[in-house]
Design a binder for this molecule. Sequence first.
Ligand SMILES: [Zn+2]
Length: 289
Amino acid sequence: MPRRNKLLFGIIFFLLLIPSAYARDLIVSFIDVGQGDSILVEAPDGKNILIDGGGVPAYRKLSYRIGAQIVDPFLQKKKIKKLDIVILTHGHTDHMDGLLDILAAYPVGEFIDTLEGGGKVTDDEYIKILETVKARNIKYRLASVGDILDFGPSLQVRVLNPQKKRFNNPNDNSMVIKITYNKVSFLLTADIGQAAERKILSAQKDMEQSTILKVAHHGSRNSSCASFLNEVKPEVAVISCGRNNSFGHPHPETLKRLKRAGIPYLITAKKGTLTVSTDGQTYHVQTEY
Ligand SMILES: [Zn+2]
């Protein structure tokens, strides 16, 4: 190839690379798993992270499995073949059970857990999850406040909870993650209650605003205190819960607090899976229904 053509070829190749390397979106999907949480993070640099897997308690004897019949098909539709990171925010069935099917079906790079010391989780599902992680040689890591997670170079990911000193309520020990992509950020609060919210606020004086808030504990009245909502000041709040769930989530008191703080909210029970795409400057929210 003549030198000039080679140079031209090189320039064209470089220009073709630019959009694929720099213009990719961060896509966060709040999967409609009924009463529970399951969040897929597709990072701009190509990593796929699954935070919780939904699930129902065994006593409900459902004829289908959330992991195999909801989360797995969702990942398949996205053509996801492997998960770089799987995170369990805390050891409750509505977050944990679905992960069993996923850990068994997908190659997973790393499993991040929070249950050191005070966890004392003895549920069969949790034990099976740890056995699966071990049997499949998945890297295992514990995370707590102050840790930084690696979702790829474009994202800043900080762990704001659990605290080093345990709360008595296991919900308050669940993992809170803040993902920042330039000007757009996501605060994922798992099932923390007001005690953990207050601790996070006091530890992070001048809590910065987050663009999107995953409302804690499916909209329970024991979470989302007014001061937390006013500090986080999200532009959109997402509530992940099941239709006609037995807990009455989201509680009217929480919805009232969100309204009073001027925060618009979307509920998976009404809108199905909620997907937020962002290039780090602006964002777009898509609902299933
Ligand atoms: Zn929950």
